[in-house]
Design a protein around this ligand. Sequence first.
Ligand SMILES: [Zn+2]
Length: 115
Amino acid sequence: MTQYQYQETTKEDWIMTIIYIAAFVAIIIIGAIFLLPAHGYIWLILFVGSLFLLVRWHTKNFAYRCPKCGHEFEISTLTDFVSPHGLGKGGGWKYLKCPKCNRRSRATVIKKIKK
Ligand SMILES: [Zn+2]
Protein backbone atom coordinates (compact mmCIF):
# COMPACT_ATOMS: atom_id res chain seq x y z
CA MET A 1 0.00 0.00 0.00
CA THR A 2 2.66 2.51 1.00
CA GLN A 3 5.44 3.51 -1.35
CA TYR A 4 7.60 4.79 1.47
CA GLN A 5 10.15 3.32 3.80
CA TYR A 6 10.72 4.77 7.21
CA GLN A 7 13.85 5.47 9.18
CA GLU A 8 14.92 7.31 12.31
CA THR A 9 15.25 11.07 12.02
CA THR A 10 18.81 12.38 11.82
CA LYS A 11 20.42 15.60 12.94
CA GLU A 12 20.14 16.88 9.34
CA ASP A 13 16.36 16.42 9.43
CA TRP A 14 16.16 18.58 12.53
CA ILE A 15 18.38 21.23 10.96
CA MET A 16 16.10 21.27 7.90
CA THR A 17 13.02 21.55 10.11
CA ILE A 18 14.58 24.44 12.03
CA ILE A 19 15.53 26.19 8.76
CA TYR A 20 11.96 25.85 7.46
CA ILE A 21 10.49 27.17 10.71
CA ALA A 22 13.02 30.04 10.78
CA ALA A 23 12.13 30.93 7.17
CA PHE A 24 8.45 30.88 8.11
CA VAL A 25 9.02 33.16 11.11
CA ALA A 26 11.15 35.52 8.95
CA ILE A 27 8.39 35.75 6.30
CA ILE A 28 5.79 36.54 8.96
CA ILE A 29 7.94 39.19 10.68
CA ILE A 30 9.09 40.87 7.43
CA GLY A 31 5.51 40.68 6.17
CA ALA A 32 4.26 42.32 9.36
CA ILE A 33 6.76 45.18 9.01
CA PHE A 34 5.63 45.96 5.46
CA LEU A 35 1.93 45.05 5.63
CA LEU A 36 0.74 45.93 9.13
CA PRO A 37 -1.42 47.64 10.11
CA ALA A 38 -2.65 48.98 6.74
CA HIS A 39 -2.84 45.63 4.91
CA GLY A 40 -3.72 43.27 7.72
CA TYR A 41 -5.76 40.93 5.53
CA ILE A 42 -2.87 40.43 3.06
CA TRP A 43 -0.60 39.62 5.99
CA LEU A 44 -3.17 37.15 7.30
CA ILE A 45 -3.27 35.40 3.91
CA LEU A 46 0.54 35.33 3.93
CA PHE A 47 0.53 33.90 7.45
CA VAL A 48 -2.02 31.18 6.74
CA GLY A 49 -0.43 30.37 3.34
CA SER A 50 3.09 29.94 4.67
CA LEU A 51 1.91 28.04 7.73
CA PHE A 52 0.02 25.65 5.47
CA LEU A 53 3.11 25.14 3.26
CA LEU A 54 5.24 24.51 6.34
CA VAL A 55 2.85 21.94 7.79
CA ARG A 56 2.34 20.30 4.37
CA TRP A 57 6.11 19.98 3.95
CA HIS A 58 6.28 18.29 7.35
CA THR A 59 3.40 15.94 6.55
CA LYS A 60 5.00 14.92 3.24
CA ASN A 61 8.40 14.21 4.75
CA PHE A 62 7.67 12.70 8.13
CA ALA A 63 5.60 9.87 9.55
CA TYR A 64 4.97 8.50 13.04
CA ARG A 65 5.57 5.31 15.02
CA CYS A 66 3.24 4.11 17.73
CA PRO A 67 5.24 3.46 20.94
CA LYS A 68 2.68 0.89 22.13
CA CYS A 69 2.57 -1.51 19.16
CA GLY A 70 5.33 -0.27 16.84
CA HIS A 71 2.94 0.47 13.96
CA GLU A 72 4.24 3.09 11.53
CA PHE A 73 1.70 5.45 10.00
CA GLU A 74 1.19 8.74 8.22
CA ILE A 75 -1.20 11.52 9.14
CA SER A 76 -3.05 14.18 7.19
CA THR A 77 -1.93 17.81 6.97
CA LEU A 78 -4.92 18.80 9.11
CA THR A 79 -4.04 16.27 11.84
CA ASP A 80 -0.42 17.42 11.70
CA PHE A 81 -1.64 20.98 12.13
CA VAL A 82 -3.93 20.44 15.11
CA SER A 83 -2.18 17.71 17.12
CA PRO A 84 -0.06 18.68 20.11
CA HIS A 85 3.61 17.96 19.66
CA GLY A 86 6.96 18.53 21.30
CA LEU A 87 10.48 17.38 21.87
CA GLY A 88 11.54 14.64 24.25
CA LYS A 89 14.55 12.48 25.05
CA GLY A 90 13.97 10.23 22.07
CA GLY A 91 13.47 13.09 19.59
CA GLY A 92 10.25 14.63 18.34
CA TRP A 93 6.83 13.31 19.28
CA LYS A 94 3.25 14.03 18.46
CA TYR A 95 0.21 13.09 20.52
CA LEU A 96 -1.71 10.83 18.14
CA LYS A 97 -4.19 7.98 18.06
CA CYS A 98 -2.64 4.89 16.49
CA PRO A 99 -4.76 3.59 13.56
CA LYS A 100 -3.80 -0.01 14.40
CA CYS A 101 -4.20 -0.36 18.17
CA ASN A 102 -6.42 2.74 18.64
CA ARG A 103 -4.45 3.93 21.65
CA ARG A 104 -3.49 7.56 22.14
CA SER A 105 0.15 8.18 22.92
CA ARG A 106 3.19 10.27 22.10
CA ALA A 107 4.10 8.85 18.69
CA THR A 108 7.75 9.08 17.63
CA VAL A 109 8.56 11.19 14.58
CA ILE A 110 10.22 9.15 11.83
CA LYS A 111 11.41 10.08 8.37
CA LYS A 112 9.73 9.02 5.13
CA ILE A 113 12.09 7.71 2.46
CA LYS A 114 10.90 7.14 -1.11
CA LYS A 115 11.62 3.58 -2.25
ZN1 LIG B 1 -0.37 1.28 18.03
